[in-house]
Design a protein around this ligand. Structure first.
Ligand code: IMP
Length: 437
């Protein structure tokens, strides 16, 4: 076995890519199981920035095989761009190192057109999607008219379906969304032909490869995208993404049984951020929020949008502990809080005079909750050079302790700067240590 799933415990952008990169030093397989190129990982290795949207971060380690599972929606052109960029940076990307499940669905130009036009039509009520066609591609999968990687093996049979899908999309754009956007069949077909030439060589029976790897006792990391509160069922619906972002999605996203995962690691920032619309109880619309945004470089990897920033929300994190069955949490970007005189952690909510220890069920109520904060002393000194808990100021250690107590889950690791070397054990776990040693 040992198989580990890394999950975002907040609204995404928690630093999962960095954690996975850290944990892949002895990893045999790194696997994506949901989402698409709405996700973005920025990794800093030896001072060089590498951005990945689709390919698992494990690709930077030569001994790691990467799998894009069937639960992902894959934009073939983005994938080809990433392969090219990695090759230009002298990273080996060969079909033996990168596998794409035959059942993975493709994002095609009409999905992107619909995503954009729908947001325009919604105006003020827009979800704030990344505009990458993620939702419409998942809709086609559910409607059983999507195009899978396996379909690229039979282009002649595929043509009529793509023609029909394109025509349907154009009618929807014009008559339902009132949009001037149109998609040409030839453009869609060009993408499909390119994918048949350049993506198909990487196609594999991902579920079988993974099953063999697990049976052989290989170390496997399942790399979640987005975060718990963006889950399409248990997040802040409708301001969520269109896939299941929880640990349970590993099974249907890769074709393995629920007993395949041995350890669930949640990743959370030492504060909260959210990009796009939707309720955010601990949001800071003041100088402190701006300071966190500036210091934490809180601008989207995919869209460049400024992220909304706020205090750590232990209510939301407790929900993540429960929904994912987290074994421990890794706390990232603790260094960003240096220099703030006092710090707050939301311990519970209040709504209409009642105390709540979980998110209420309606969107309206989530928007009305008042956070009840626990206030802690801040610390002044920079901590980005710390490489162990002992090197942290006492106030920082107390902050981490308070987080762990409030969420009812151990904090196994801390990260204090973007550098690979700035991640270290806190309440260590022998399971995680085995991935790094
Ligand atoms: P979509 O996934 O592009 O459909 O966007 C739906 C919502 O999820 C929007 O609020 C996005 O900002 C958010 N979202 C999608 N992917 C990410 C991510 O990787 N990090 C943070 N937010 C994301």
């Amino acid at each position: 076995m040992p198989a580990l799933v890394v999950i975002g415990a907040q609204w995404g952008d928690e630093g999962k890519g960095k954690v996975v990169d850290y944990l892949t030093s002895r990893c045999d397989m790194a696997v994506r199981f949901q989402g698409g190129n709405n996700a973005g990982h920025t990794l800093v290795v030896n001072g060089v920035k590498t951005k990945l949207n689709l390919i698992p971060s494990g690709i930077l380690r030569e001994a790691t095989t990467c799998l894009i599972g069937a639960g992902v929606v894959l934009n073939p052109e983005v994938l080809m761009g990433e392969i090219e960029a990695l090759r230009a940076a002298k990273v080996k990307v060969e079909p033996q190192r990168l596998l794409i499940d035959f059942n993975t669905h493709l994002i095609l130009p009409y999905h992107i057109a619909i995503d954009g036009a729908r947001e325009e039509a919604k105006g003020q009520n827009k979800i704030g999607t990344t505009g990458r066609g993620i939702g419409p591609a998942y809709e086609d999968r559910a409607a059983r008219c999507g195009v899978r990687v396996a379909d690229l093996l039979a282009l002649r049979e595929l043509k009529a379906r793509v023609d029909e899908n394109t025509e349907h999309a154009n009618r929807y754009l014009e008559h339902v969304l009132g949009s001037a956007r149109r998609v040409g069949f030839e453009d869609v077909w060009q993408v499909i032909e390119n994918a048949a030439s350049h993506v198909l060589p990487f196609a594999a029976d991902g579920s079988r490869v993974l099953d063999t790897a697990l049976r052989q006792g290989n170390r496997v990391i399942f790399e979640g995208a987005q975060g718990t509160l963006l889950d399409q069922s248990f997040g802040t619906v409708p301001f969520v993404t269109s896939s299941h972002t929880l640990a349970g999605a590993v099974t249907t996203g890769c074709g393995v049984g629920p007993r395949s995962v041995d350890y669930v690691l949640g990743v959370a920032k030492a504060y909260s951020t959210r990009v796009g619309s939707g309720p955010f109880p601990t949001e800071l619309s003041d100088r402190i929020g701006e300071t966190i945004r500036e210091k934490g470089a809180e601008f989207g990897t995919v869209t460049g949008r400024p992220r909304r920033c706020g205090w750590l929300d232990a209510v939301a994190l407790r929900r993540a502990v429960r929904l994912n069955g987290l074994d421990s949490v890794m706390l990232t970007k603790l260094d960003v809080l240096s220099g703030l005189e006092s710090l707050k952690i939301c311990a519970s909510y209040e709504l209409d005079g009642k105390s709540l220890d979980d998110l209420p069920v309606t969107l309206g109520d989530i928007g009305r909750v008042v956070p009840v904060y626990q206030e802690l002393k801040g610390w002044n000194e920079p901590i980005d050079q710390a490489r162990s808990t002992a090197q942290l100021p006492e106030a920082a250690r107390s902050y981490v302790k308070a987080v762990s107590q409030l969420i009812g889950c151990p904090v196994s690791m801390l990260s204090v700067s973007p550098e690979r070397s700035a991640t270290f054990e806190h309440e260590g776990s022998s399971f995680l240590r085995d991935f790094v040693a």
